[in-house]
Design a protein around this ligand. Sequence first.
Ligand code: FES
Ligand code: FE2
Length: 345
Amino acid sequence: MSFLMDAWYMAAWHHEVVDVPFARRICGLPMVFFRSRDGTVAALEDRCCHRAAPLRFGTVVDQGLQCGYHGLVFDCTGRCVHVPGQERVPPKAMVRAYPLVEKDGILWVWPGDPARADSAKILDYPFHDDTKNWPHKTQHYHVKANYMLLVENLMDLTHLAYVHKSTIGGNPKAHVEAKMTVTPKDQGLHFIRWLPGSMPPPSYQKAAGLHGPIDRWMEFEYTAPGVVVQWTGGLPVGRNAMENRNQSGGFSLRILHCLTPETESTSFYFWSAANGYRQDDPTATTDLFKEIDTAFSEDKGIVEAQQEIMQETGTSDLVNIASDSARMQMRRALQRMLDAQSSAP
Ligand code: FES
Ligand SMILES: [Fe+2]
């Protein structure tokens, strides 16, 4: 499998990129990220054009990033602007720069052809800036599995009842019988699952004090290649949740999942969890975060184990079942984009 290069991937949380360079490999490409003195963020190839020293050993200076080996300085566009001990900068002295956009607390990088990078296509996630209604916390994991296994994990939620028994799970029967509507989109798909009159899982009980039956929903929107926006919650039965989910007295959370390939067999799982039920209570936000962190570590464990065995035994004989419908549409959406990429001029 080759990666979709002409796409925006989450590269980092904004607070990770400071005035000290740090390296991260995205879609197999070694990149170095830094924030220049004027606050602009940049992503360059992590390889100096002089003697190929990785630029992550460099220092941020007034004009940009200074290589830590012999002191060449590169600006945010990758152009060399200073060579110690000489006036003239060789015209070929430059390193590759990747389009990078900071938005809603996220750094988005475009590993492909810069001419096709359209920042208007980047996800809008206003909830990160709305801390009054959606206080949130962020996290990221390094995962020893192909990023697609993480995307697939989010496309088939029947796993909740088995993998997340102690947290966000719930009754296996309620999950399998959930009413699921999948709608294909240009660049992905949308689905919503309803578990009407189901018993709240442990996390819901703890967080919102829900103990009787609830109408529970899980709404997911996937945008290829690696972004999944989630809105999940529940309201006590009898409150017409299906007509109006924006009601107090229930449980409601928003999760942003960004799955970014590092290599064919490793990836980054960035996520944020926003509390939409006890917004004035910082403990509720922290407790929610811990609960989700536990659950997603369970996902990490299972996909890493999958990766290991798939690498050993292959995948050609695997069987699809009814709960794979969203997963299969997800694959089709991604394939359409890969095909478009390979037929692009
Ligand atoms: S390797 Fe970067 S300045 Fe020499
Ligand atoms: Fe999960």
